[in-house]
Design a protein. Structure first.
Lengths: 81, 147, 147, 81
């Protein structure tokens, strides 16, 4: 199944891309998705291996099981205001 | 009770934020404006870039406003965050609340600002004469167990 | 630092109060508006009369604003109190402060409101459908020894 | 010497007058002025005998010694905001 991974702010600068589509096996967790993204080359490997994430716009933990079409965002420490 | 929240790249219309509040049951209105300062940690700031996970930020801001209304009895809550390139003196965030009792307006307004810093998916990059950097932020509140 | 305070029988121009604040060194502006409520202590209020010892109130309000600036590092403080006959929804008091750091704006704004209730020589008479009464107030801070 | 005594809000309603000029002896205190005002008739006697006061627009206590031309205000509990 396919998931869309979004990168913001520092993570976007590190990876040099705002988003990436990846293929994950059935039953994959957000942690698996992060591992796959980080395997996409040296730029992506600069991303943290345990980032905060959101799945479909809701904060979630890395053990969250993904579904086809999910949107997974890697969330750097937030600094609004 | 009314909630009005938005994320925008346009200058924040503080009059609109303020006029979203107030009813005959209210004894207080509080408006807070966060502004881009010229100086931070001893360095001169020349500008600021705000990035956001826009759709999620809209959702989280609406949640925060709703929680403020429920928790502090706020009758009206309006909150707006600006994104994009801001200059010194520009308003980056505006929060307005109205409440029947006055102390609650301060508590609710302060709570909205604190929560927004804690969990709104927004980031800021400060520009200096000799470079720029993403500011340190807070780890967002990720749940302990899977939903 | 700037201080702008006044006592007026005219409707309070909240835009003027707000625009009295803000400079490139400020990270926050806070505006507080006190409003005449429709209900107080379970009774329906039909209107409110504010009386003041005008010249002394001007002086005390200016003192409070100056103390807020000194104590909380507020860059600008504006405070205005309306007197005379007010209707439900009318703004009776407005306070605006701007500060370099955001938490100080809440602290300073709250302090101004609290002090103003504690020592501004202003009184209010609430009107009901069946009468009216002067509201209970606070004993003003009279010095212990003669000046 | 003469002093002007101002009454506000509840005190004005009680006394039925916004202000009153009184003659006080040299060395008189604010407490003496209050006593003299309260002696001006039944309406004035309804005023408290130890009100908060201001002398020339500054909060003062009842032992404050007055000067000719002073403005003494009887200040009911304040309720601004």
């Amino acid at each position: 199944m396919r998931v869309r991974v979004l990168l913001f702010a520092l993570y976007r600068d590190l990876a040099g891309a705002p988003e990436i589509e990846i293929e994950v096996p059935a039953g994959a967790t957000a942690r698996d998705a992060v591992r796959i993204v980080r395997g996409r080359g040296p730029a992506f490997e600069r991303l943290p291996d345990q980032p905060a994430i959101a799945v479909n716009e809701v904060y979630a933990n890395l053990e969250t099981v993904l579904s086809d079409g999910d949107e997974v965002a890697l969330i750097p420490p937030v600094a609004g205001g | 009770m009314s909630i009005e929240t938005w994320i925008t790249t346009e200058p924040i219309d503080t009059g609109r934020v303020l006029s979203a509040t107030g009813s005959p049951d209210d004894g207080a209105i509080l408006l807070f404006l966060g502004i881009v300062r010229r100086e931070n940690g001893g360095r001169e700031v020349t500008g600021m870039r705000y990035d956001a996970y826009g759709s999620m930020a809209e959702r989280v801001l609406r949640e925060i406003a709703g929680e403020a209304a429920n928790t502090y009895g706020a009758t009206h809550v309006a909150a707006v965050h600006r994104t994009g390139d801001l200059e010194i003196g520009d308003v980056s965030v505006a929060v307005a609340v109205s409440t029947p009792h006055r102390a609650d307006a301060f508590t609710a307004g302060r709570w909205v600002i604190d929560e927004l810093k804690r969990r709104l998916p927004v980031w800021k990059k400060e520009h200096y004469v000799d470079g720029s950097r993403w500011l340190d932020g807070s780890s967002p509140p990720v749940p302990e167990t899977s939903p």
